[in-house]
Design a binder for this molecule. Structure first.
Ligand SMILES: Cc1cc2nc3c(=O)[nH]c(=O)nc-3n(C[C@H](O)[C@H](O)[C@H](O)COP(=O)(O)OP(=O)(O)OC[C@H]3O[C@@H](n4cnc5c(N)ncnc54)[C@H](O)[C@@H]3O)c2cc1C
Ligand code: SF4
Length: 574
């Protein structure tokens, strides 16, 4: 997909885009359509799912029958090549006594090649949390500012789903969503049970096509419900930038992509009319180790939360020991990840089911959105922010805890009987930014390119711990109503929560705000300090939500890109 033998220094670009994931892909698509010449620098290797993904191979063909390993945490066939929580030669460190795991894809398309594709809209409360409960900060924009971009992004990437009709879960206008798939048997049982307890269950919104999406350059087909999505999708049914935005942007003739280009810092114009503006970036060729400098009239950072901030912290020149674009001192602060915990039970009513195909689209078809906003507002809960449950339960090898201690033919029979009889509820919750959770440059560690690395500090507050405890009580109440045998160990909530970074929804560290004193960028991701520098990934979020972030990343990247294109048109960068 990348152009062979280009000399990036010779590319005349209006905009340099760093990163090719959700945010970078959207920017490339939007800016090239607006007629701007873009140079995209991607640290990872070139990747073409249509040529590389092995959709049909059974796990039994894979080493270790597809089990995860440190360099392939999601199994041998997983779409993330060259990346994960560990990347060779590219360490990060943690403050003593804290835990944070940083997931970094090193491939064209970033994490969009392999993600859950659950794409709920955020609601009005999610953009104004401080106004509601006095914690954290409000965003400088509200739901109404983002809603028109949600409408467009849902249509652009292809999202299936249905109406939610619940407080703080805005519904999409007609025409935005493709029809949702039917719930599976396990999901219908959960729905009936949860609703009998007053807990709502609704269609999930998922970035997987249930109708064909024709396009001259990047046609995409409806999901055929048969193959593991985490490997990538050669027919383009699930949204990944490598089968959508990137080929579409390249077809304009205005996008140059350079892979294996590890950007090390933003460079500044030293003298002349452009003084105080970004001149371009310096990157290291990961294959040769050589350093290159490239220039453009504007720079957009879409390297992902953490990487974008690391780049700025490493870009401080003379007189800027705190990095570039950091007059507020907020760079690195306000890091969050979603809370996470998994609950499961063996449900006798689902045992010995006849076999049939219930694969469906990858992941859940329905889910449990947060439903307790009123109680929270009245102060009846001991945690301030919400959570949702993602629903799991399919045919497959049941967990050992669901099986009797038996061997031979008895074990075979037990496995067959219990296959499809285990249900899982996976919690994803909102974390409130706190002063003990941040990233900074480690003063003594560099990666293999000589670039100083990030050091993380991470701590959940009592709000998140109480939230997970509440989630466990709720999940167990649902399981008990189904006469299920709970398979979870009885541990304190702190011990069942995933560590920071494990849910891979890291956000913040360069938050947006209403003024330069308290934030790094404005609501368009434009740096308050450097006029032609924009940040467009999750780093600019003023806070998280229990809802997964990527639809909002895409909507804000589209909003920012259109604003940048308008500024170009008005002559701001002439
Ligand atoms: C297993 C998994 C499941 C997930 N499930 C969901 C889900 O269901 N719903 C949801 O909303 N989100 C989900 N996410 C999170 C989602 O993938 C991310 O929020 C989203 O992809 C972030 O987009 P991005 O463009 O900011 O970053 P990325 O997709 O990470 O892209 C950043 C790109 O920048 C490149 N880069 C980094 N540093 C540099 C550098 N210095 N120079 C040049 N290039 C650089 C990286 O290689 C990468 O390609 C999931 C993620 C994973 C891994
Ligand atoms: S199940 Fe559907 S979306 Fe997933 S990989 Fe297969 S065709 Fe693609």
């Amino acid at each position: 997909m990348t152009q062979a033998a280009i000399d990036p220094a010779q590319v005349t670009a209006d905009v340099i885009i760093v990163g090719s994931g959700a945010a970078g892909g959207m920017a490339a698509y939007s800016l090239t359509k607006a007629g701007l010449r873009c140079l995209m620098l991607e640290a990872g290797r070139d990747y073409d799912p249509q040529a590389e993904v092995n959709m049909y191979a059974p796990e039994s063909d894979a080493p270790l029958r597809g089990s995860g390993t440190p360099d392939k945490p999601f199994g041998y066939f997983d779409a993330t090549v060259d990346g994960g929580w560990e990347v060779e030669g590219e360490p990060y460190t943690m403050q003593e006594g804290t835990q944070f795991y940083w997931y970094r894809p090193r491939m064209l398309g970033g994490r969009t090649n392999h993600w859950g594709r659950h794409v709920p809209r955020w609601g009005a409360y999610d953009f104004k949390p401080f106004s509601r409960d006095g914690l954290g900060v409000d965003w400088p924009i509200g739901y109404d500012d983002v809603a028109p971009f949600y409408d467009r992004v849902e249509k652009m990437i292809g999202v299936n789903g249905g109406r939610i009709e619940l407080e703080n879960h805005p519904d999409s206008p007609p025409g935005c969503l493709m029809p949702p798939p039917k719930p599976r048997i396990t999901e219908m049982l959960i729905k009936a049970t949860a609703e009998s307890l007053g807990i709502p269950v609704r269609p999930a919104h998922t970035a997987v096509l249930t109708r064909d999406m024709p396009d001259d350059v990047a046609p995409r087909s409806a999901c055929f419900n048969a193959t593991p999505c985490t490997r990538g999708c050669t027919i383009g049914a699930m949204f990944q930038t490598t089968t959508s935005f990137l080929p579409m942007a390249k077809a304009t003739g205005k996008l140059t992509v350079v892979t294996d280009a590890m950007v090390a810092r933003v460079t500044m114009a030293g003298t002349g009319a452009g003084r105080g503006r970004a001149a371009g970036v310096e990157y290291v060729d990961r294959k040769t180790g050589r350093r290159h400098q490239v220039r453009a009239r504007a720079v957009m950072l879409a390297a992902g939360t953490g990487e974008t901030t690391r780049l700025l912290l490493n870009s401080g020149g003379e007189g800027q020991p705190r990095g570039l674009a950091n007059s507020s001192g907020q760079l690195g602060r306000n890091l969050t990840d979603s809370t996470g915990a998994s609950f499961s039970a063996y449900i006798p009513a689902l045992a010995d089911r006849p076999r049939y195909n219930e694969d469906g689209i990858g992941g859940q078809h329905i889910y449990i959105p947060f439903w307790l906003y009123e109680q929270q507002k009245r102060g009846e809960l001991d945690f301030a922010r919400g959570y949702h449950f993602e629903i799991g339960g399919r045919f497959g090898i049941p967990p050992a805890a669901a099986l009797p201690r038996t061997w031979g033919a008895g074990l075979k029979q037990a496995v067959r009987s219990a296959s499809g009889a285990t249900i899982g509820l996976t919690l994803r919750g909102e974390m409130i930014p706190n002063k003990d959770t941040y990233c900074e440059i480690d003063p003594s560690v560099k990666d293999r390119f000589g670039i100083p690395v990030l050091r993380f500090a991470f701590k959940f507050s009592q709000h998140e711990i109480n939230q997970v405890a509440h989630g466990r009580r709720t999940a167990h109440a649902v399981f008990k109503r189904m006469n299920g045998t709970i398979l979870d160990r009885d541990l304190p909530p702190e011990e069942i929560m995933t560590a920071g970074g494990e849910i891979i929804h890291e956000l913040g560290t360069a938050r947006m705000g209403a003024d330069a004193r308290s934030s790094v960028v404005d609501s368009y991701g434009q740096s308050w300090d450097v006029d032609n520098l924009m940040l467009i990934d999750g780093s600019i979020f003023a806070s998280g939500a229990h809802k997964n972030p990527t639809l909002t990343i895409l909507a804000l990247a589209l909003r920012a890109s259109e604003r940048l294109a308008a500024r170009f048109k008005s002559g701001a960068f002439a």
